[in-house]
Ligand binder design. Sequence first.
Ligand SMILES: [Fe+2]
Ligand SMILES: [Fe+2]
Length: 458
Amino acid sequence: MDENINDIIMLLCKGMSNRKLYFSDHPKVTAYTTDIIVLLKDYFLSSGKNELFIGVVEGVFVFDGKRLFGPSVTGKLLIDFATILHGGGFGLKKDLTVKELKKFLDLTTLREVPVTNLAESRALMINYGIKNIRIGDPFSYTDEPTLQKSARPWEGKKAGPGLQSPTFLYQVLYDVVSKAHGAAALNQTLDIESAKSVSEFMLRYTRASFADVMQHVHYPDYDSYTVGHSVRVSSLAVYVAGKMNSPKKDLLALGTAGLLHDVGKSAIPDEILLKKSRLTKEEYTVVKKHPTAGVELLLAHDGVSSLDIAACWGHHIRYDGGGYPPQPQWASRHPVVALLQICDVFEALTAVRPYKSAMVPQQAYGVMLADKGAFHPGLLASFISLLGLYPPGTFVKLSDNRVGMVTDVGRQIDRPNLKIVKTEENEPLEDDDCYIVELHDPQCSELYVERLLLDQIF
Ligand SMILES: [Fe+2]
Ligand SMILES: [Fe+2]
């Protein structure tokens, strides 16, 4: 069923973008609208319902109380349109026809939609002759208990009424990078716009969900680690730069550049990229081509920023000028690229890879500090102090035996804020029962982190 909904959303968005290019009765517009009506018929037949309601909550599609991950990225056009209309989504009714759907698409092409509130939007729809698409009320946490009831608990109870799932952000980011790598491997066009919009999305949720993204250190399969790596590098960079009070526009650019930095890896054969043992010298030479391959790819696309190119090119170039690809000594490097280089190495050291297990963050810091000349020294020091000895997303055992996930570095490098997930008796807590402990709090003076847990704890 969800597949069907995803397809309907995707077709609606394709219909919208095609209607912007072509007139209403153009075969392309007709094909999209007809396909949508066919899928809707299937839906009404199998569900027995008279309306398909696709909600929009905080910039994300929601269907039947569940968030729709991929479509929220690809379907941004429709989400934006719901927002313009001051609505909380669209109800597509059983009697909707191709003709009426086309009128809806006509409406989406308006440069300025002349409405200031929901009532005016509804009146506008009627004026356009659209009776079988209903604009839903904006979502309210108190008015629609069904959404909360059927949604799974997204966060610990102290995290407020936000709807982000622990893995939601990760999945959205993963989806975009995965598509970019897939398209690159098939010589198709990369969706740079999606990477940009997802970066915006990441920024919105970074504060609340950074820890959740970072706990995805154990990639479920070897295929996913390059993509997972890009997501974590990007999130790390945005988190650290955010703590340095970088302006929002810089964080957005940094997020996108981080997501795309390894896109050149799609040009490397899987036998090498996914090899479970050490690479031979020849294989390593091939791997070292990925920055230049990535730059070539990006240069072939519109909408790519100079920072995307710089990050792709320079993320393996050391502070002392070593690394790859070779570049002249006089060439300077953007500080943002230097930050991405740090995040790239830290992520690689602390993640599980086909050929190695994960290092604890403190070990990784040690390795990085010992590699003289590799990193910008001031930036590396800031990185370490902002990420702390127990970076967000890691699990620690406390001196009283409780287990917590680090949610924030806190005020002291060794006394983070934690979400307690297991009791003193080693009993796992339900999401709703998890609670926050801030170790810098004087009440916790007896308590300390006993050790970091590297293995998955559940
Ligand atoms: Fe790389
Ligand atoms: Fe990388």
